[in-house]
Design a protein. Sequence first.
Length: 342
Amino acid sequence: MKKILLIVLIMSSTSLVLRAQSPAQKLRLARSTFEQGRLHELPILLENLQNFSESEKVDAYKLLTQAYIYLEEPEKADETMLKLLQTDHYFEVNDAVDPAEFVALYKTFRTTPIYRFGVKLGSNITQPNVLNYNPVNSGTSTYKYQFGFNAAATAEIPMPFLNNRLTLNPELGFIIKSFSYQGEVLDYSELVASQTTGTESQKWITLPVSLQYRLKENRLNPYVAIGVSADYLISSSITAEQKRPGNQAVELRSFDANPLRERLNMNLTASAGMKTKISGGFLTAELRVYYGLRKINSSKTLFDNQYLAYDYQYIDGIYKLNSISITVGYIYNIFNPVKLKN
């Protein structure tokens, strides 16, 4: 009976001492205990990590994992390794310093992000790719690019089951595309040319999906990508005016261009970019080219807005849209470390 009371008293005293110690003191004692080979004592020494900082918890879980490996308790070693990776998602082993058994166990866990979420903002330039002009316009017509705006919610899904360099990149974005129009129409009765100028602004919801290929793993992590995008036109407006030599100009006016435009568009995309590690994710910068696959208008609707066509003599060519965008953004890593199946 006296022996039992003595054991209980010793354990109680030890518990009180451990509670009075700071996390740093507990870790020093745990390391000393580990080096002396008293591995069975570590679970008690490191039982309560409530007041430990993140780095202190990592050190404690690392000691416990190694102890369980040497004690041949693989389930407990897996459990503490998982806690280590859940505490520090960016923990990496050092092959030159860490025990081979610890390194081997680490490699049996998924330690890479399962996906990333973020946002991108930027600007674009858009240039109509004219397929043919309408013969009604006997003068000349030209288009010139203007600057627009890009914003997107972006996701990245690494694809290590195919290739460690591949990442699927779906996005949901909002784009404003703008370009200018200038046309001349010859008045044969007076042998003078009227000049029509205008600017069109289009607002699109876009769903691009691309496949990224990382060229190199370094500080900048450069990549290239190819993909497609499906776009839906929300609204389009044209602001136009016409100058008539010797006559009063037709005033500047805005028109709803929705009836003149196709609502759906498809693009091929090609991108080049880089990702720099910052905190828990990446700062990104990307250059992307959009090559339009569908006509944005048709000859059937060119004259649906008669004021624009006959008063301003604003007559479009049949065209597709090509764009170049530059965006910057931030994507945050989402981890879910698990034990990999053999």
